[in-house]
Design a protein around this ligand. Structure first.
Ligand code: MLC
Length: 519
């Protein structure tokens, strides 16, 4: 048979020989066998391929935009999209109409899948964006997608794909022109999954607790590819509930979470060494893991959380070591506060403002290159060029350093970005909305420390002369329009914003002023 670089082909090849074994077990008691994943994804792929979609001017394969609640069927839809050779476009369930309108308009998907509840407004936006096929899929397995798919054949040969062909578009955030669709290829995703399988020591008998959303890189790619490529069972949690995850630990070996999940589990007295004794590996990413959390976790469970670093554009870039490994010299301990070493195959360098390498241990902009690094931003060749160096390194947008042993530490960001509970929030986007509201002259949003979410946004608003905008009212208006995780947790109406002599708002002073707000 001809070799196929379709990511699905590699995942499928890793299914265990016994297709009747349990592949996914949900927290509401459902079991899906490997055969179920295979058959159902074939049926949905046949449905997609049978829609008669013709390539559009972008020449990219058809995009399938998906905004649905977390379910195993949503996972199967992802697999089906790969099989069909289409491009998966996952959307945060928190996004509201302004956000969805932008993504659908920008990506022009041929197919949109949403919940029945959102169908009235999503279908309208989809039709306006030129989408001809809108299906529904709900958490209880109802909806037109499955109704249509059950009538399709259960055999399907994965579409022939090369490593540079698109598999997914992941939007970096926001609704404004700034939001960019990162184009990830079959080769990006598979190479990264293979490296992680080895680096994290995936082994027979592993079972993963999957408690993250599946519309971002962490839950969708790192977690799901990890389990599937190892033929490992997933214990599937529809929503993160610390108590239920702790209860499942004795049946699992691997857990992946953003720091907020660890903080919330630590707050539960049921977490202890005995409960975590069966676990092999706890992995954290998507936001900085505080050293206190790392230390508390070690004391409570006996496990050192393995922190790794990545982003939508690159999937995973660096990782603390799983074990001392002769192949990776000097790499032994998991060091809290660092994100470990560049993964095998990833070149990472730290560059100063002048574009030259900084001396070891000094701070600069992180740049990366490797088979995992995305192909570029969807239909933004200019933005893509800006973010890559002449010699092909991607400017990650994070500020960091690498010590003499190779450990990488992230110390800040070169873009104005807040990471809240593992979600990226761009102040400029929210400020844009605030500045357009009646009574608002200008605004500034800064991130401040928060015990649960790590960091949250705080808005400072300046009133137009003679006007008195009310902070609560402004937040309520934002809440009507934007995903709620983006809404600043507090808003203050002040007389003026601190500025430097150049007239630039000094956000560092605001951060300092409000840093104790949630302490
Ligand atoms: C929810 N809220 C948040 C929030 N999540 N606010 C700020 N930051 C967040 N992350 C809001 C809700 O809208 C709600 O507001 C209020 O906070 C209380 O919600 P909650 O019930 O406490 O939230 P919950 O549903 O429990 O969600 C918290 C969470 C979730 C931590 C479980 O945020 C989450 O799953 N985060 C993981 C994100 C993730 O997967 N990131 C990976 C990105 S990939 P209101 O107003 O509605 O009441 C990536 C690359 C990489 O970054 O390297 O991995």
């Amino acid at each position: 048979m001809m070799h196929n670089d379709n990511l699905f082909t590699a995942l499928r090849a890793a299914f265990p020989a016994d297709l009747d074994g349990v592949a996914v077990e949900t927290d509401d008691g459902l079991r899906y066998s490997w055969r179920d994943l295979d058959r159902a994804s074939a049926m949905i792929a046949n449905l997609l391929q049978g829609l008669g979609i013709v390539p559009d001017a972008s020449l990219a394969p058809p995009r399938v935009a998906v905004q649905v609640e977390k379910s195993v069927e949503a996972l199967i839809l992802y697999l089906a999209t790969l099989r069909a050779g289409f491009v998966f476009l996952p959307l945060n369930t928190a996004y509201q109409s302004a956000e969805i309108e932008y993504f659908l308009g920008d990506a022009a998907p041929a197919v949109v899948v949403c919940t029945s509840k959102n169908f009235p407004w999503v279908s309208k936006l989809a039709l306006a964006a030129g989408t001809r096929h809108v299906f529904t899929l709900n958490g209880d397995r109802s909806g037109s997608l499955l109704e249509r798919a059950v009538r399709c054949g259960e055999r399907q040969t994965p579409a022939q794909r090369g490593p540079r062909d698109l598999a997914a578009i992941v939007y970096t955030s926001g609704t404004t022109g700034r939001s960019k669709g990162a184009m990830l290829t079959h080769g990006n995703l598979l190479s990264n999954a293979q490296v992680l399988k080895d680096y994290w020591g995936w082994q027979p008998g592993d079972a993963l607790i999957h408690a993250l959303p599946i519309f971002h890189v962490h839950g969708l790619f790192v977690a799901i590819h990890g389990a599937l490529l190892n033929g490992s069972k997933m214990l599937w949690h529809g929503k993160f509930d610390p108590r239920r995850v702790i209860a499942d630990l004795p049946r699992a070996t691997v857990f992946m979470g953003v720091p907020t999940l660890y903080v919330r589990m630590l707050a539960d007295p049921a977490l202890n060494k005995g409960q975590a004794a069966h676990m092999r590996l706890f992995i954290s990413g998507s936001a900085p893991l505080l050293i206190e959390t790392f230390n508390d976790w070690k004391a409570r469970t006996g496990h050192a959380i393995l922190e790794r670093y990545g982003m939508s554009e690159t999937v995973m870039l660096t990782s603390n070591p799983y074990r001392a490994d002769a192949r990776y010299q000097n790499q032994s301990e998991r060091r809290g506060g660092t994100v470990g070493f560049p993964l095998p195959g990833v070149s990472l360098r730290v560059r100063g403002e002048d574009g030259a390498d900084v001396p070891t241990g000094e701070i600069g902009g992180i740049q990366v290159k490797g088979p995992n690094v995305f192909r570029g931003y969807w239909q933004m060749p200019g933005k893509t060029r800006e973010e890559f160096t002449a010699d092909g390194f991607f400017k990650a947008g994070d500020v960091g350093k690498q010590d003499a042993r190779g450990y990488v530490t992230i110390v800040g960001r070169s873009k104005d970005l807040i990471i809240s509970g593992g979600y990226n929030v761009y102040p400029a986007e929210i400020e844009g909305y605030l500045n357009d509201m009646p009574g608002v002259l200008e605004s500034a949003i800064v991130g401040v420390p928060h015990p649960d979410f790590g960091e949250v946004g705080v808005a400072v608003v300046i009133a137009r002369p003679g006007m008195q905008p009310q902070a609560e009212q402004l937040l309520a208006e934002l809440r009507d329009r934007l995903a709620h995780f983006k809404i600043p947790k507090r808003c203050f109406v002040e007389l003026e914003l601190p500025r430097n002599t150049m007239g630039k708002v000094q956000k560092n002073l605001l951060r300092e002023q409000y840093k104790g707000l949630f302490a």
